[in-house]
Design a protein around this ligand. Structure first.
Ligand SMILES: Cc1cc2nc3c(=O)[nH]c(=O)nc-3n(C[C@H](O)[C@H](O)[C@H](O)COP(=O)(O)O)c2cc1C
Length: 177
């Protein structure tokens, strides 16, 4: 991936995942060069985890159109990096299949077609992990083989970097100061 010395903002997509959600949001909101794009599920899940305040006063785009005209910002050179963190198994599957039928999947596709690198933090990269429900209960998550395989396949895409946890995400982002 190119490093971040060039001009331009970061487009940060949030999908409907509870896993890694708070760390991802805190990482994103610690920067002032980020525009936010929320999937419809992300809007619900951010609310459930009561993290909406972190986005107060920020530029946030929601999934309200079918054709996603805002994706033209990628070919227009407005963004130097697309981040999808956290990325649900659903969104990762769409990326791998090349689907672009929603705000986030269309931004991912258009970033690729415009030569803008993508940094993705899937929720499903290890065979077993623990996560917190909105009410704070710890739950064991065992991603399916198809979820793990999709995360692996995404990592082989040109221009796409897949990271395993929020710490690795932060290390990559530090290059985009
Ligand atoms: C509280 C809550 C937490 C969720 N956490 C995850 C998660 O960590 N990973 C995941 O793949 N899906 C998770 N989901 C399910 C997704 O929100 C759902 O599959 C949704 O369709 C994903 O849509 P999107 O990829 O467009 O955001 C969660 C759902 C809820 C209600």
């Amino acid at each position: 991936m190119r490093n971040g010395t060039c001009a331009g903002r970061i487009a940060w997509c949030i999908t409907g995942a509870g896993h890694f959600l708070e760390d991802s949001l805190r990482s994103a909101t610690s920067r002032d060069d980020v525009d936010f794009f929320l999937s419809r599920a992300a809007e619900e899940v951010v609310r459930m985890y009561r993290l909406g305040d972190l986005l107060a006063g920020r530029q946030v785009f929601r999934d309200t159109t079918a054709s996603v005209p805002i994706s033209g910002r990628f070919s227009g050179g407005r963004y130097r990096l697309l981040v999808v963190a956290p990325a649900t198994s659903n969104s990762v599957a769409k990326f791998v299949l090349g689907l672009s039928d929603s705000l986030v999947s269309t931004l991912f596709a258009q970033a690729g077609k415009s030569g803008v690198p993508a940094l993705v933090l899937p929720t499903d990269t290890v065979t077993e992990t623990w996560s917190l429900t909105p009410s704070g209960n710890r739950v064991r998550i065992r991603p399916r083989a198809v979820d793990l395989e999709n995360s692996r396949r995404l990592a082989s895409f040109e221009g796409v970097t897949v990271v395993a946890d929020p710490e690795e995400l932060a290390r990559w982002l530090a290059r985009f100061l």
